[in-house]
Design a protein around this ligand. Structure first.
Ligand SMILES: [Zn+2]
Length: 436
């Protein structure tokens, strides 16, 4: 499989470390000179760019939290005046104001470069037709993939999300070879195609899919690959750092290579803030090394994963991160027990006759006890005609498996086909009705 930028992606680790240190000093100097928030933080930490003598000194730098972005909303962390900002993006926040990302011309070029790397990782070339069903707009998914697909010279179909029957028609008519969207939307399109009588294996030319913007399990990957007959790749990114294009799987799919010449990664203990060695699970933290408009120091992503430094068979020397298992703030606390939505997904998809469409509903009963319900669809054949005995047995079986996995009593509601809402972007897996 080709590599888009061999010089950067296969750089000897010692050279990479030197480049990272040099860039780290530059970005700290830039922030110290231009952003009051960081001026204050760096002064409190008693660090100047000259104090950074090795990458180990990274730990002397202050963390940046999502709340810092909120406090400096919308443009307080920008290092350049508005006339130098070429583009704004934003991700919807769960509470009030969105998280803003600003890009200079050079930042957009950087974004195109790292996205070209991700697409090349999945074997995309100028001969491909990329059906880009990530949402276009303030969300970084659509325009991020678009930039990279143009850079590698592919034919881009900027269809965005929605109008799913039309997606199916155009996938076939335009001969798409690559599909890009959220994993949940990939499943939703496959389902509509099936209803339309389209045979995805025979009538489509798709060979690769690049799926991200929401956490998904290996079992979900297996489902998507079986339905579409394509190779599914995981891509990782976040608006705060650049959007998609921070890390991507290679053909070996043993973790996602991080583009470390631009994004310096650490894993820390989320409680103590101490850096953890490779191989240990903790919170992923990024420092942007080359971004102009809104560089961030040690940004706490709240994503839980591990880093691996062993060489990869693809030849890239870049660190790999495990598929993100969940966000620390995705974790639900139900009756004092920690519940990770990904564990629910993994458990559900290991059960026969259960479909990959589910929702986790948390509520509080009249006697103030938390309740946890899992709504999940059962295979259509159990409803044609309705097989009550089998559905009852399956419901109990799912409840038992979830109780075993979570250590918590769960009420399971088996639903008929299409009863769980489909998403055209990021799936809403958790509905928490408790008052805060
Ligand atoms: Zn690799």
């Amino acid at each position: 499989m080709p590599i888009w930028n061999p010089e950067c992606e296969t750089m000897p680790r010692a050279d990479l470390a030197e480049l990272q240190l040099q860039r780290l000093r530059q970005v700290v100097a830039r922030l110290a000179a231009r952003v009051p928030f960081y001026q204050q933080k760096l002064a409190q930490a008693h660090v100047t760019p000259d104090d950074l003598r090795s990458l180990d000194d990274l730990r002397r730098l202050p963390f940046t939290y999502k709340s810092d972005l909120r406090d400096n909303y919308p443009f307080g962390l920008f290092t350049v005046p508005m006339e130098q900002v070429a583009r704004l993006h934003a991700s919807s926040g769960t509470t009030g104001k969105p998280t803003v990302g600003g890009y200079t011309r050079a930042d957009l070029d950087l974004w195109a470069e790292v996205m070209a790397r991700t697409l090349t990782s999945a074997g995309v070339t100028g001969r491909d037709v990329v059906h880009n069903a990530y949402g276009y707009g303030l969300f970084t998914g659509g325009l991020g993939v678009h930039l990279g697909a143009e850079k590698v010279g592919a034919t881009v179909v900027p269809i965005s999300g929605g109008l799913t029957r039309r997606q199916v028609m155009l996938l076939e008519d335009f001969g798409a070879t690559v599909l890009t969207c959220t994993p949940s939307y990939a499943l939703a399109i496959a389902e509509v195609a099936q209803e339309m009588g389209v045979d995805l294996h025979k009538q489509m030319k798709l060979r690769a899919g690049i799926f991200g913007a929401e956490p998904w399990t290996e079992r979900m990957r297996a489902q998507i690959e079986a339905r579409w007959g394509l190779q599914a790749y995981d891509i990782y990114g976040l608006t705060e750092i650049i959007g998609p294009g921070v890390a991507m799987e290679c053909e070996h799919r043993q973790g996602l290579h991080i583009y470390e010449d631009h994004f310096l990664a650490e894993i820390i203990d989320p409680d103590s803030g101490e850096p953890l060695p490779y191989g240990e699970e903790g919170e992923l933290v990024f420092t942007t090394l080359t971004k102009e408009a809104m560089p961030l120091l040690r940004y706490r992503t709240r994503d839980r994963t591990r880093l691996h430094a062993e060489p990869c068979a693809c030849g890239r020397t870049l660190l790999r991160m495990d598929k993100v298992l969940g966000r620390t703030d995705d974790m639900l606390i139900v009756r004092g027990v920690n519940v990770f939505p990904q564990l629910v997904e993994r458990t559900l998809l290991s059960i026969e006759d259960i479909e990959p469409h589910y929702q986790i509903v948390v509520d509080r009963s009249s006697d103030s006890l938390d309740t946890l319900e899992v709504w999940v669809e059962a295979s259509a054949h159990l409803f044609q005609p309705v097989n009550s005995a089998e559905l009852q047995r399956l419901e109990q079986h799912v409840a038992d498996e979830l109780a075993q996995a979570l250590g918590l009593t769960v009420t399971v509601r088996l639903m008929g086909p299409r009863a769980v809402p489909r998403s055209e972007g990021k799936a809403k897996r958790v509905v928490d009705k408790r008052e805060l």
